[in-house]
Design a protein around this ligand. Structure first.
Ligand code: IPE
Ligand code: IPE
Ligand code: MG
Length: 233
């Protein structure tokens, strides 16, 4: 699909993407999983550039879940080094890039060097007014809700929906409109559980490293056809 197909209706303000299928992509081309992850990171760079140029407001991407620590030590190490590299590239390009970048998830479990880089990148880009890019690292929806609720409990604040919502990792972002999952799986795998309560879901068989802006337009076109009732009539 091309861009002109989505110009006549409002765009989703906040899109979440579960970037899945790097391993299967590598297998399909008889390559190591690492190559799939590296191609996945490149797909994300391309997509962010294109979405920024198109004026999308907010994108949240799932880079590493609280459950992904269960993978082989070598794969976890590779994914962390790739994330580090990606963050460094954004730091290097922060001056010419107008995106605001935030990391969501429990960063306390990350290596100190990576945490410092993340802090630096968030600070460098905090006043940018381009697209808001949230990168979910050691993120789990359940963990996020527990962290928000414990914060309220510790401070003696009543636990209410708005109280929890304002302490989620995405409190700075617009409401989630659309969740895209690649590689044919149809589950949330602990991604933005609270926020997805009334988001539209879109699954595609495309493997993440092959995902292009034209695929995003397909998802947005579908979204624009949906009738969002939010429980009303
Ligand atoms: C997504 O690709 C990347 C992460 C979960 C970090 P996968 O590595 O899950 O790829 P598949 O699902 O094995 O194909
Ligand atoms: C979800 O993908 C996590 C990320 C994309 C970072 P997984 O590959 O970990 O999910 P499952 O195991 O298929 O549910
Ligand atoms: Mg997977």
């Amino acid at each position: 699909m091309s861009k002109k197909n989505i110009l006549n209706a409002p765009l989703p303000r906040h899109i979440g993407i579960i970037m899945d299928g790097n391993g299967r992509w590598a297998k399909k081309y008889l390559m190591k999983r690492e190559v799939g992850h590296r191609s996945g990171a490149q797909a994300l760079k391309r997509l962010v550039k294109a979405m920024t140029a198109d004026g999308f407001e907010c994108l949240t991407v799932y880079a590493f879940s609280t459950e992904n620590w269960k993978r082989d030590e070598a794969e976890v190490r590779y994914l962390m080094s790739l994330i580090h590299e990606y963050i460094q590239q954004y730091i290097d390009e922060a001056k010419k890039d107008n995106n605001r970048i935030r990391v969501i998830g429990d960063t306390s479990a990350l290596k100190e060097g990576l945490r410092d880089k993340i802090e630096h990148l968030e600070e460098l880009t905090q006043n940018n007014d381009g697209m808001l890019l949230n990168i979910a690292i050691n993120y789990g929806g359940r963990d996020e809700i527990v962290r928000a609720a414990s914060h309220l409990a510790k401070n003696g604040i009543d636990i209410t929906e708005s109280g929890i919502e304002s302490h989620l990792d995405t409190a700075h972002a617009p409401p989630l409109d659309l969740v895209i999952r690649t590689s044919g799986e149809m589950r949330l795998s602990n991604f933005l559980l609270w926020q997805a309560a009334y988001a539209e879901l879109y699954c595609t068989d495309v493997l993440w490293p092959d995902f292009k802006i034209s695929h995003l337009y397909d998802a947005v076109a579908q979204f624009q056809k949906r009738d969002r009732r939010f429980g009303g009539r």
